[in-house]
Design a binder for this molecule. Structure first.
Ligand SMILES: *Cc1c(COP(=O)(O)O)cnc(C)c1O
Length: 306
């Protein structure tokens, strides 16, 4: 039994009406730790366990860390998560609930990650949040489920942080004979490392992340994600933080599910009736989820947008 669940795939009348297309949702927000990340991270933790790992270590104060904590508890392996001081209260509470050891260190992910790497022992497995082929194999199972359902969308919309989800979805499309299906890759302004690289025609590292969608805040996408952009039809789009936050609030009203702005970014294409959807009749949205925020936080951010 894998650590992730097979998630519902349903048609959304609300997003269909807003986006003027037939909008389908793959509800990864319903995964036990709150996001798609458990697919890949669960598979990777199981594999590292089989290879003899005695402890799982992560430096993510976001959904990757939550997925490692969940996997470790289910597998009976101790978990240490080193997180920066900026990690949300909500995320720390959830990590504690999973009984992970939490080490708070540094002002940013960079410093937390350095400490995590420095404490690694021979029998530890370090889980990268997006740059690991084991993760992509695991993420690809969401497309196996879509293909198995018989649904044949005309395009897939997903969010991009470091590109692990993108690599997984593309692997899933290609292993199910759907390699001609276009992918719409969405980021928020201030976290658009994929878009910058696509425009430049080479991998570009951002100086800093300024978006509130912290789960999309990788300064640099993984090499494989960039390589895929030369092998597959990928449309790169950037939306504002405000559009992502609006989408979170509307999605909560429409589907009674709270997701992070990282996920709202994708849903914003429907809610803002993005012209890019006009060329497609049936569109599948990966509702990647995210458990590190609250509705109060989302409304505070919205208020700050003015
Ligand atoms: C991690 C994450 C993303 C981005 O995934 P990458 O694999 O880093 O591209 C998007 N949304 C949520 C909710 C996430 O947790």
């Amino acid at each position: 039994m894998p650590l992730h669940i097979a998630t519902p795939l349903l048609k959304s009348l609300a997003l269909s009406a807003a986006g003027r297309c037939s909008a389908w949702l793959k509800l990864e927000a319903l995964q036990p730790p709150g996001s798609f990340k458990i697919r890949g991270i669960g598979a990777a933790c199981e594999e590292y366990g089989r290879r003899g790992a005695r402890r799982l270590v992560s430096s993510s104060g976001g959904n990757a860390g939550l997925a490692v904590a969940y996997a470790g508890r289910r597998l009976g392996l101790p978990v240490t998560v080193v997180v920066p001081q900026t990690t949300s209260r909500k995320a720390q509470d959830l990590l504690r609930l999973e009984r992970a050891e939490i080490v708070v260190h540094g002002d940013s992910w960079h410093e937390a990650n350095l400490l995590a790497l420095s404490i690694l022992e021979e029998s530890d497995a370090f889980l990268h949040p997006f740059d690991d082929p084991l993760l992509w194999h695991g993420h690809a199972t969401m497309i196996d489920e879509v293909a198995g359902s018989g649904l044949r969308p005309d395009a897939i919309v997903l969010s991009v942080g470091g590109g692990g989800l993108l690599c997984g979805v593309l692997e899933g499309l290609h292993r199910n004979g759907l390699g001609d299906l276009p992918v719409i890759a969405v980021e928020t302004a201030g976290a658009a490392s994929f878009n910058r690289s696509m425009c430049a025609g080479r991998l570009v590292e951002l100086d800093r992340i300024t978006s509130i969608a912290t789960s999309l805040g990788a300064k640099r996408i993984c090499d494989r994600a960039f390589q895929w952009s030369r092998e597959h039809a990928i449309h790169s789009l950037v939306v504002s933080d405000r559009a992502a936050l609006d989408a979170c609030e509307r999605f909560l009203g429409d589907h009674r599910l709270l997701v992070e702005p990282a996920c709202g970014a994708s849903l914003a294409l429907a809610y803002a009736a993005s012209p890019v959807l006009e060329s497609f009749a049936k569109v599948l949205f990966i509702v990647c989820g995210g458990a590190t925020t609250t509705i109060d936080q989302i409304r505070d951010w919205l208020a700050q947008q003015g």
